[in-house]
Write a protein that binds this ligand. Sequence first.
Ligand code: OTD
Ligand code: ZN
Ligand code: ZN
Length: 344
Amino acid sequence: MDSITIKRPDDWHLHIRDGKMMEAVLPYTASVFGRAIIMPNLTPPVITAQDAVEYHERIMAALPKDTQFKPLMTAYLTDNTDPDDIAKGFQENAFVAVKLYPAHATTNSAHGVSDITKVDAVVKRMSEIGMPLLIHGEVTRSEVDIYDREAVFIQETLMPLKEKYPDLKVVLEHITTSEAVDFVKAADDTVAATITPQHIIINRSDMFRGGIRPHLYCLPIAKREKHRLAVREAAVSGHKSFFLGTDSAPHPIGAKESSCGCAGIFNVPAAIETYLEVFEEERKIENFEAFASLNGPAFYEMPVNEDSITIVKQDWNMENEIVIDETTSLHPFKGGKTVTWKVQ
Ligand code: OTD
Ligand code: ZN
Ligand code: ZN
């Protein structure tokens, strides 16, 4: 096969930051994807409907002029979030979903939820109005091993939450374990999961291959090979509950290559191509459109994008460094490597 045409894909989990960084990274997404769920973990976070409206305006102002790209906004859930503001923001399309970060689970999550019981009124309301809850599914207790945090979260928090609110729509974001795959497969169609390119390409050993590789460090951290294979199988299966979410999370090179490096992988410059490489390797290209362009809109009850993109079999070299300004550069996922597909 030397080219594939699919309905324009969407990115159901994306960090674009703000200001200069946003201006630099947004074109990579807007040139390929029709829509993206924009994560709210700015400093300070996007908490209220008003915050979301203002962030949306800044994104629209930063977009290249010739694009139809549509940002889909989210609310950052805190212990003090007002259920009425969430419901009103949802009804008025200020945001499409709420994001749950357990406090201190990942980058800029200090304002996150300290205990799920604190947000019970918000979650109850969301369940009633059909508003999706997007979950960073990791416990944060320091005694739980970092490689076990997702599996423990599913047992301790997610299963009881879904038992209490069976109608609540949930997206378990950036899944990394076989436990997450099993949970999603066993659930009904109120539950879905996003899958990143890195978690179906690297395992935890790759982070230390030949030396420490800070640009492969993200949260949730890459797991053992058997987990990579389980998530990879889920991604290419065509199963309606798994869809594309890059979790692209840019940090300046200096913040990654540091004595205390930031978590996050900047993968959008070749996201669609690197996913497609995986589908090709697994001989499942026939399921690529479902994963990239169909399953997400079905879950979010949105129309599939009308136009299409074509990706051709063509080698090109991903640059090592993308310059933002005099002081800031990014190292993209696959930087310095050959990518074997290219969006036309
Ligand atoms: N993971 N980095 C970031 C977010 C994600 O958990 C995530 O969604 C980030 O930098 O915002 C990361 O490693
Ligand atoms: Zn997360
Ligand atoms: Zn994320």
